[in-house]
Design a binder for this molecule. Structure first.
Ligand code: ADP
Ligand code: MG
Length: 688
């Protein structure tokens, strides 16, 4: 039912409503208040506290204009022995004239501490006469999120009408959850929940509503999460309908690779490698996400998967989110594949013209069987002869759409390649199963043996000299170090310039060290030369921007300085720090901040100092920044909810998954309407 079905909603409002995503009556009903005011009762003046938003009543004792820094009208209002000051900076002569001593006023506003007593600045007020005596609000007053030109009163009017309509025409918002589900999870009916949230009764708990913990709120969040869950399952179901190439392999390359490794796999690596191995043998596409903390050894697991595809005469594409990381993979995989007598192709946005043409031809003809690259692999003219496996590293940088684009490149026969996705952003299991309900999950929950924990210190940049000496001492002992510059400048050019300046200063301060610089603006070949030099121990100190954040692997580097870590999020800091502590030497990380620290920065740095567990850090990060940022899918809107909040509502995620099963089993007819109601316009992502 369009929103214009409500009386008084005209064309002019339509545009504005559209801005806040409202075009139907249902949208109005789901447009929930941000908070509430209590105008249902008069609060005795004697019990007022700073911060209260309340209605008070009293008698005007005096009203005078004060000429201070700002001219203001001060009205002293009393009730018995108690009093409060009303302060107006804007007022008219007639307004002042109306506020004569003895007049009785009812005011609504926020109580704050004034210079002498408690006061309200610009309260709403009215004279109390017999007519208003009895008029108090019957429900808490909703305050809606809004946009310019749409006032709270319009929202109240609209929701009032929508609720009235709902009470006579329940079909305007049918309850899509069957009664057995409501009972099982103790959820109120939809219409009742919606009515409650728009007009809570006077005894409703503002605190509970503020925290989103009221059953009415939980009911709506539950339904939304359920719809989301169902749509991801639907996505998965459709994927499973397309056939894929079974890749059995003969184990030859795999054995050779394992034999050439200087280490043995951890138990967790073996388990996950076996899970992947089984998936690849199926004639349905694997869609598996491997989560593992930084340094848990995801790359070799991916390489083993690759060998199985290669043994089965199929091609493999590995995609990384940054060029630097792709280069790093290129180096590791080249090392491994060389020993197996296989070539690795390389494709990034920098390959142009004839070079690019040659690479594309070799992939399309199946001459090159393994390619490593960046987003460039997604471009339309990239084709394969027989793509069997797609490996995506650091999944949180890619959205569902990009993940899906590679599927289309399967080559002949319309078969879909298997997909292996690796992420170093570990998130709590129930959240992972919600966010990635379209994927199977594997967890590498064990670090290779012999790793020593990275000890982390947090110090102010006034101790920079000391830190520089520390770098000197470490490098004298043939250790290597990273110096990471985090910069706030908007432009990449300025960032790189600042990193260059730092490198310059450090070179002057540490003349006997071999220092080099990497940042995003270096030519690919230059970057690669520097990284290779660092990896091979020809450099002591690597100064960089945060480009080295993901994936770079130099086990001999055991000291990392991060400048201005307060500017970064927890996940990013954890990734950066994960670059050290990869060898068998004890490693250190120095978080050198610029004082003063904000409260939340202090908290974040404290977490980094005290915690190494990627899961704990990720959970903290979720609390501090919310799921959109953490899961990195903000752009694609996958984890954007209207009402639910996966962090706040975490404890219901298991129930939601169970409810999805029940619904699919016993109430299939409710599934499509639920997805339509909540996913609606975002259909494209159901269809990818
Ligand atoms: P990440 O999971 O962060 O991508 P990598 O795959 O880069 O981690 O591995 C980190 C380092 O650990 C690499 O130097 C790799 O060779 C090494 N490594 C991986 N697995 C093992 C293992 N089982 N034993 C010892 N070292 C390992
Ligand atoms: Mg990695």
């Amino acid at each position: 039912m369009p929103v214009t079905a409500l009386k008084g909603v005209g064309v002019r409002n339509l545009e504005r409503l559209k801005k806040v995503g409202v075009s139907t009556v249902q949208d109005v009903l789901f447009h929930l208040p941000l908070r509430y005011q209590d105008r249902t009762r008069i609060t005795p003046m004697a019990v007022l506290q700073q911060g209260d938003q309340v209605v008070v009543e009293g008698v005007v004792e005096s009203a005078e204009i004060r000429f201070g820094r700002r001219r203001s009208l001060l009205v002293l209002l009393t009730e018995g022995d108690a009093s409060i000051t009303l302060r107006f900076f804007y007022f008219s002569a007639s307004q002042k004239a109306g506020l004569t001593p003895g007049v009785r006023l009812r005011c609504f506003g926020e109580v704050r501490k004034g210079p002498g007593s408690l006061e309200m600045v610009h309260p709403e007020y009215q004279r109390v006469n017999d007519a208003v005596e009895e008029q108090m609000e019957e429900t808490l007053t909703p305050i809606y999120p809004t946009t310019e030109g749409l006032h709270q009163l319009s929202w109240r009017g609209m929701t009032e009408k929508a609720l009235a309509l709902l009470s006579v025409q329940p079909e305007a918002l049918p309850d899509l959850l069957p009664v057995d589900l409501l009972n099982r999870y103790q959820l109120p009916e939809l219409a009742a929940a919606v009515a409650y949230l728009h007009r809570p009764p006077p005894d409703a708990s503002l605190e509970q509503l503020g925290e989103g913990g009221h059953p009415a709120q939980r009911r709506l969040a539950f339904e939304e999460l359920l719809a989301h869950q169902l749509s991801l399952r639907e996505l998965r179901r459709r994927q499973q309908q397309t056939p894929a190439r079974p890749l059995h392999g003969n184990g030859n390359l795999r054995q050779q690779l394992l034999g050439a490794l200087p280490f043995t796999l951890t138990g967790a690596q073996q388990r996950v490698a076996a899970e992947i191995g089984e998936d690849l043998k199926r004639d349905r596409p694997m869609m598996r996400l491997v989560q593992g903390d930084v340094g848990s050894g995801k790359t070799i697991v991916a390489a083993l998967a690759a060998t199985q595809a290669l043994e089965s005469e199929h091609q493999v594409a590995l995609m990384a989110p940054t060029e630097l990381l792709a280069e790093q993979h290129l180096r590791s995989f080249k090392g491994w594949m060389d020993s197996l007598g296989l070539e690795v192709a390389w494709l990034t946005g920098r390959h142009k013209g004839k070079t690019r043409r040659l690479i594309l031809d070799s992939l399309a003809a199946g001459e090159k069987r393994f390619v490593v690259g960046t987003h460039a692999l997604l471009q339309e003219d990239v084709a394969f002869q027989a793509l069997g496996l797609v490996i995506i590293d650091e999944q949180h940088r890619f959205g569902v759409h990009q993940r899906m684009a590679l599927r289309e490149k399967s080559g002949v026969g319309g078969l879909v390649p298997h997909q292996l996705i690796m992420t170093a952003t570990p998130i709590p299991r129930s959240l992972a199963m919600t966010a990635y309900a379209d994927l199977d999950l594997s967890l590498i929950d064990e670090l290779p043996p012999g790793r020593l924990p990275v000890s982390t210190v947090v110090i102010p940049d006034s101790r920079r000299e000391e830190v520089i000496e520390r770098v000197q001492a470490a490098c004298r002992e043939h250790r290597q170090a990273y110096w990471v510059c985090t910069l706030i400048e908007e432009s990449e050019a300025l960032q790189c310039q600042a990193a260059e300046d730092t490198a310059q200063q450090l070179s002057e301060a540490l003349p006997d060290l071999r220092i080099a610089l990497v940042h995003g603006r270096l030519k690919s070949a230059e970057k690669e030369a520097v990284m290779l030099g660092f990896q091979q121990g020809e450099l002591d100190l690597l100064v960089s921007t945060t480009v080295i954040e993901v994936g770079v692997d130099v086990p001999n580097a055991s000291l990392m300085i991060i400048e201005n870590p307060e500017r970064l999020g927890l996940a990013q800091l954890h990734q950066l720090r994960g670059r050290v502590g990869r060898g068998t030497k004890e490693s250190h990380c120095v978080l050198m901040y610029h004082p003063p620290l904000s409260g939340s920065a202090r908290e974040r740095l404290g977490v980094m100092r005290d915690t190494r567990d990627g899961f704990v850090i990720a959970r903290k990060d979720l609390e501090l920044r919310g799921p959109g940022e953490v899961l990195g899918t903000r752009q694609t809107g996958e984890m954007q909810f209207r009402i639910a909040d996966v962090v706040r509502d975490q404890q219901m995620l298991d129930d939601v998954r169970q409810a999805a099963e029940l619904l699919l089993e016993h109430h299939e007819n409710r599934v499509a309407p639920l997805m339509r109601r909540w996913i609606g316009q975002r259909e494209q992502y159901i269809n990818v």
